[in-house]
Design a protein around this ligand. Structure first.
Ligand SMILES: COc1ccc2c(n1)CCN(C(=O)[C@H]1C[C@@H](CC(=O)O)C1)[C@H]2C(=O)Nc1cc(F)c2c(c1)C=CC2(C)C
Length: 194
């Protein structure tokens, strides 16, 4: 790998991340302190489990779709077999959504972007799985603490996705090769931004 190749690899992953981010950071900054009123929170909390999961699933499916688009523009991903691309997306896309979620998280009031405003854990009470929600928020906090730049987040997201240890891969060696190049890219970006 010449340095030029690594630079080009990073540039295309960063471009793909930017083009497949549902919301720009500036937009989210503007919304950061827009929280739900007591009435709005009551309305979410009085939904049935099914209604609330339906509501969340639609939004998460949306976010996953953007991650699929991101994957398709990661150099090397399309070189993999269809089955391996599907295997990586099945096991990795939700993890990338959760990694990306840190851009939509306000650590000062522990709220996450949801339905156009920032919601605390109490908004998701109707889901009746407080542990999972607490873990999602905990993870978002941890990701925010890393203070990754958009470029670092892009390379890290690509690395979460292109993981040769995922189950049921046909050609693990080929995935390893792509993973290695993305690792070089992330290392390069981390040293460059020092
Ligand atoms: C990639 O990071 C992110 C982060 C947040 C969101 C997205 N992506 C996708 C777009 N989004 C929206 O709300 C959209 C605004 C639209 C309506 C409009 O524009 O007004 C609908 C967010 C979302 O879905 N939040 C969300 C979903 C969810 F299920 C959970 C949590 C948070 C926290 C816990 C659980 C229950 C897991």
């Amino acid at each position: 790998h010449s340095l030029r190749n690594i630079d080009e690899l990073c540039a295309s992953i960063v471009r793909s991340h930017r083009e497949t981010s549902q919301y720009r950071l500036e937009e989210l900054q503007a919304l950061k302190w827009k929280v739900f009123s007591r009435e709005e929170i009551q309305a979410y909390q009085s939904k049935t489990v099914d209604e609330m999961w339906q509501h969340c699933a639609i939004r998460l499916t949306d976010a996953v779709q953007y991650v699929v688009e991101f994957a398709k523009h990661v150099p090397g991903f399309r070189m993999l077999s269809q089955n391996d691309q599907i295997a990586l997306l099945k096991t990795g896309s939700m993890e990338v959504v959760l990694v990306r979620m840190c851009r939509f998280f306000n650590t000062e009031n522990n709220t996450v972007f949801f339905d156009g405003k920032f919601a605390g854990t109490e908004v998701f009470k109707a889901l009746a799985c407080g542990d999972l929600i607490a873990e999602v928020f905990e993870f978002a906090h941890g990701m925010c603490a890393l203070k990754l730049t958009e470029q670092q987040l892009a390379l890290f997201s690509a690395l979460v996705l292109i993981n040769a240890d995922r189950p049921s891969l046909e050609d693990r060696v080929r995935v390893q090769r792509v993973q290695r190049s993305v690792e070089l890219g992330l290392t390069h970006i981390l040293h460059r931004d020092k």
